[in-house]
Design a protein around this ligand. Structure first.
Ligand SMILES: Nc1ncnc2c1ncn2[C@@H]1O[C@H](COP(=O)(O)OP(=O)(O)O)[C@@H](O)[C@H]1O
Ligand SMILES: [Mg+2]
Length: 257
């Protein structure tokens, strides 16, 4: 009887050990999966209320999205759903009212946001935001200077970046105001790449372009994600953009939640 009891105790112990070692292995696998996911940016329960808004009037409420390197994302939402607000948070222009944003495992709260903006993320706007009376290459070089880059051959580097976005060298000395919308957006993308950021975020980058040009610009973003391992985040309401990306996140109006 005693012997039998001992035996069952031993097998129970073994079973428990097996279960706990299985649990450890499962946890290990989960951790590895997370690592393999290569998350560069994580938005965790982020909310934002503008300082002049009423106490419960949030522009953005409890948003949680993860972004990986090597992928291209669309954040879709109707007007007023907080897309531009979210990009201000991601790009470190504003800080979350609640929740947090984690870049490369570190909360933006603990980071020098000027440095983050000048080295880790490139920003592309709907209206390009180039200086029209300067040439394409001057616009790119200006950004290198503004970010304190110490590059020897800035013009060569600018031409290299222009080639990357499909602009011929002949365009380098052309004033921006003599370029088409699609060409200007290519210059703006080249400019955003001047300090080789890990992430590129774009607010309606194809909003002013025709569909064919939109597709061409999307190809550039896709290449940057898939061939250069950048994380590309595009805010948009274009179905064409949503069809082209790897992941689509939807933002809904705060009161619709
Ligand atoms: N500077 C601001 N001050 C107060 N409220 C703002 C400000 N900017 C935007 N909002 C409000 O925040 C909400 C989200 O705006 P926004 O992020 O611009 O949306 P989207 O880019 O999706 O159109 C809207 O209700 C808008 O009125
Ligand atoms: Mg907007």
């Amino acid at each position: 009887m005693t012997y039998k009891k001992k035996n069952s105790d031993i097998s129970k112990e073994r079973l428990e050990m097996n279960v706990s070692s299985k649990k450890v292995k499962e946890q290990d696998r989960e951790d590895k999966k997370k690592d393999a996911k290569n998350i560069i940016l994580s938005i965790q329960n982020a909310s934002y209320r503008y300082s002049d808004a009423d106490e419960d009037d949030y522009a953005l409420k409890n948003v949680s999205f993860d972004f990986e390197s090597g992928k291209i994302y669309a954040i879709r939402g109707r007007s007023g759903t907080g897309k531009t607000t979210l990009l201000s948070l991601i790009s470190g222009l504003e800080r979350c009212t609640e929740g947090e944003i984690v870049f490369n495992g570190k909360s933006l709260k603990e980071m020098n946001l000027d440095k983050y903006r000048n080295s880790d993320i490139g920003i592309v706007f709907q209206s390009y935001n180039l200086l029209p009376f300067m040439t394409a290459s001057e616009n790119i070089i200006l950004s290198m200077d503004a970010n304190g880059l110490k590059i020897k051959n800035k013009k060569e580097k600018a031409i290299e970046l222009m080639e990357k976005v499909g602009l011929k060298e002949a365009y380098k000395d052309r004033k921006v105001l003599r370029l088409s919308g699609g060409e200007q957006q290519r210059v703006a993308i080249a400019r955003s790449l001047s300090y080789n950021p890990k992430m590129i975020i774009a607010d309606e980058p194809t909003g002013n372009l025709d569909k064919q040009t939109e597709t061409e610009i999307l190809e550039i973003f896709k290449k940057l994600a898939h061939e250069e391992n950048k994380c590309v985040i595009i805010v948009t309401h274009s179905q064409n953009v949503c069809d082209a990306v790897d992941v689509v996140y939807d933002l809904k109006k705060v009161q619709e939640r």
